[in-house]
Design a protein around this ligand. Structure first.
Ligand code: FAD
Length: 416
């Protein structure tokens, strides 16, 4: 019998895993099952170009022909209902499918606050192409839009909506924007730029209730204010999609728990991407990341592991976001940083901030400075820490180049 790998979830991670298995020389059968209809597509543009473009076309991750020519049995619009680990099969609505290896790439689910009025028309979350279509349609006539949550998705859409002429208010529970993913200096720059673009940001403010009669008309805030709103976008983050894993009895703790080889707590079962909680080489503990880089690098890695290449996953994490006229790029993880150094050349809507933890470079956040970002990827991959004086005087690139020449260090980013 031909060996069989089943991949559940056909987003960035799942579809990449299918293709990577073939690239690694896997000769078994591959079934890629996705709950969404159509072919796998790029998710990031949904909160960016897709909302602005008149045509509003999805960008496919790869040509439709690839799945057939790679002998990947792609099943769109199919939900895996249950996994039976002992019997080694996935239960679908209309039958079941056996597996030898199972890769869970089920992504994440938008968080929804439990407040009155959440079910009104005109209230949206943004995760799928279908969500984006609905938002785009509604946006066209919305005059007053309230965005709940000052994270990436909320801010990307806020700038687009404001540029298209709507009055946009962002409600943020914390005292700064982008608290989960970017440093305070970057967040402060974004805040001032948003204000210039006409986006009204309210800190330490929560939505208490959404008011309306069938359709949303206003948001009642924790300050007791009533803000007019004919559209509300919820952007308060996402939770890992772990329902299948929990029911199957796999270990789940802040995501589907995997080891350095991305293996779950049952033999031959793996988890990748937004749903996976994995040991991070930089943090020294398990974490879950939501980024295209993480999903695709883990997909390539898991394909290697299935083909018996047992190296530990150690990719350099990076992320980007486009907020109005700002291209934000983050490399490394700055959550535990204790020292922050602003690189020379800041100003004119450009910024690079180096983050250190106990004198070790752990992350670089940049705005409109792609060269610094690429340099950061190389330095973090090489585990190189620059001197503060060189950052401030703008000499890091030169000195790092010389260091690489002398030491012969490996600067290829891990995996990607
Ligand atoms: P996903 O791509 O979410 O795919 C999971 C798939 O699994 C979904 O299609 C889901 O329907 C399917 N699925 C779940 N359960 C089942 C089941 N039981 N049966 C069958 N199928 C199932 N990242 C960046 O790096 N930069 C950005 O600028 C950026 N912008 C973003 C903008 C938006 C609007 C969103 C939503 C995300 C953005 N991200 C961005 C995050 C990035 O898209 C995700 O980290 C990435 O898609 C994760 O890939 P994944 O394969 O883990 O999950």
């Amino acid at each position: 019998m031909r060996h069989h790998t089943v991949i559940v979830g056909a987003g960035h991670g799942g579809s990449q895993a299918a293709v990577a298995l073939r690239q690694e020389g896997y000769e078994g059968a591959i079934t890629l099952i996705g709950a969404e209809v159509g072919y796998p597509y790029h998710r990031p543009p949904l909160s960016k170009a897709f909302l602005k473009d008149d045509e509003g076309k999805l960008q496919l991750l790869r040509g439709e022909a690839v799945y057939g020519s790679s002998d990947i049995d792609y099943r769109p619009g199919v939900n895996v209902r249950r996994i039976e680990l002992e019997a080694r099969r996935c239960i679908l609505g209309d039958g079941d499918i056996p597996f030898d290896n199972l890769v869970l790439a089920t992504g994440a689910i938008s968080r929804i606050p439990s407040i009155d009025g959440i079910g009104l028309n005109g209230v949206f979350t943004l995760r799928t192409a279908l969500d984006a279509h609905r938002i785009k349609q509604h946006m066209a006539t919305a005059e007053n839009i309230v965005i709940i949550g000052g994270g990436f998705i909320g801010l990307e859409t806020a700038t687009t909506m404001a540029a298209l002429g709507s009055h946009v208010t962002v409600l943020e529970l914390g005292d700064r924007l982008l608290a989960r993913a970017a440093s305070p200096l970057v967040a402060a720059h974004v805040k001032s730029r948003l204000a210039q673009g006409g986006v009204d940001v309210r800190f330490a403010t929560q939505a208490r209730a959404l008011l309306g009669d069938g359709t949303v008309r206003a948001v009642l805030t924790s300050d007791g204010e009533t803000i007019p709103a004919d559209m509300v976008l919820i952007g308060i983050g996402a939770d890992p999609n772990v329902a299948l894993a929990v029911e199957a009895g796999l270990k789940v703790d802040g995501g589907i728990v995997v080891d350095e080889l991305l293996r779950c707590s049952a033999n031959g079962v793996y988890a990748i991407g937004d749903c996976a909680c994995f040991p991070h080489w930089q943090l020294g503990e398990r974490t879950r990341l939501e980024s295209v880089q993480n999903a695709t690098d883990q997909a390539r890695h898991v394909a290697g592991v299935i083909m018996n290449k047992s190296t530990c996953y150690s990719a350099v994490p990076w992320f980007w976001s486009d907020i109005g006229d700002m291209k934000l790029q983050m490399v490394g993880l700055s959550a535990k940083a204790d020292r922050h150094v602003v690189a020379s050349g800041a100003g004119n809507n450009a910024l690079a901030v180096y983050h250190f933890e106990r004198d070790r470079l752990v992350a670089i956040d940049t705005i409109n400075r792609p060269a610094d970002h690429m340099l950061g990827r190389k330095m973090i991959a090489a585990r190189y820490t620059p001197d503060e004086a060189d950052i401030v005087t703008g000499q890091v690139a030169e000195i790092f180049k010389e260091w690489v020449r002398v030491t012969g260090a490996d600067i290829a980013p891990r995996v990607s």
